[in-house]
Design a protein. Structure first.
Length: 293
């Protein structure tokens, strides 16, 4: 089955959109709730690997160039606001920097980068028509909001790059100091805000002209059927999620950052979580093996 809208086909295209939505909701929940280094490392590695499969190495590296430094920034910034711990590394004046604060900040940065990557992967797999097919009849407003958000966020980033290129072209003849750079960023934000508000007004007028909200219940085009394999996939996903929820609770309660870092040990409980987060890669490998026979 080809991906909708000309997008690259994925293994999730063989299943109902509810399967992909449930999967990404599950991994995002674990990514935001499981504050434990091994769980974060597994989730981040899986998100990066799946992003390479969906978008390619070059596009993933471009994204990682601004997402990965978040880990370093938050690792360095956390000791400045939360000087806690028992293992002092060094001092700058009266400010002490502790190992526990650095590790906690690095884990917070990894969590943020992980969530951003999984959202990016979900936007590639769950196209607008799949979201509308999933929510369009039961919750049309939610479906519309999700589908528009998946379109507007990349559009907003592309417009920001376009405005930035124009500004750099207009000011290439003279050097830009710190003050000029700040003004340029404020001007870029102002242009994007105005552009976005104007576009929202045009979209609202177009929706009203096409009859949005004229009826309490709208008809929808359903191209997806819920089959037995979809139910089986959701059952396996539910079992994995329940098992990992119990194991993640044990892992997170036994690990602590303060006052001293807990020691990480080899534990079988990490294996089910690795199976969960790397499942899309296994599905993609199976699909490619089927097509290359």
């Amino acid at each position: 089955m080809l991906g909708s809208g000309g997008a690259k086909p994925t293994a999730f295209d063989r299943y109902h959109p509810a399967v992909a939505f449930s999967y990404f909701a599950c991994v995002l929940a674990f990514g935001m709730a499981a504050m434990q280094p091994v769980y974060l490392a597994l989730s981040l590695a899986a998100a990066l690997s799946y992003s390479i499969v969906l978008r390619g190495v070059r596009a993933t590296l471009r994204t990682a160039l601004w997402q990965m430094p978040l880990i370093l920034v938050m690792a360095v910034a956390n000791p400045l606001f939360s000087a806690m711990g028992s293992t002092e590394l060094f001092r700058i004046g009266l400010r002490a920097f502790y190992l526990e604060s650095l590790v906690f900040g690095a884990c917070m940065g990894a969590m943020l980068a992980c969530v951003l990557l999984w959202f990016s992967n979900a936007s590639r797999v769950l196209s607008s028509d799949k979201v509308m097919a999933l929510f369009g009849n039961a919750a049309p407003t939610i479906g519309l909001m999700l589908s528009m958000a998946m379109r507007l966020v990349p559009q907003f980033m592309r417009r920001g790059a376009t405005v930035g290129d124009v500004q750099r072209a207009c000011t290439s003849a003279r050097a830009m100091g710190l003050r000029e750079g700040a003004r340029s960023q404020l001007r870029l934000t102002s242009v994007l805000m105005g552009w976005g508000m104007e576009d929202s007004l045009e979209t609202a007028d177009a929706m009203r002209a096409r009859g949005w909200g004229a009826r309490a219940r709208r008809t929808t085009y359903r191209r997806c059927r819920f089959r037995a394999r979809d139910g089986a996939a959701l059952g396996v996903l539910a079992a994995l999620a329940a098992l990992n929820a119990a194991l993640a609770y044990v892992a997170c309660t036994q690990f602590h950052f303060y006052p001293t870092l807990s020691a990480l040990t080899v534990w079988w409980g990490y294996v089910p979580f690795a199976v969960l987060v790397f499942a899309p890669l296994a599905l993609e490998a199976r699909e490619r093996a089927r097509w290359t026979r």
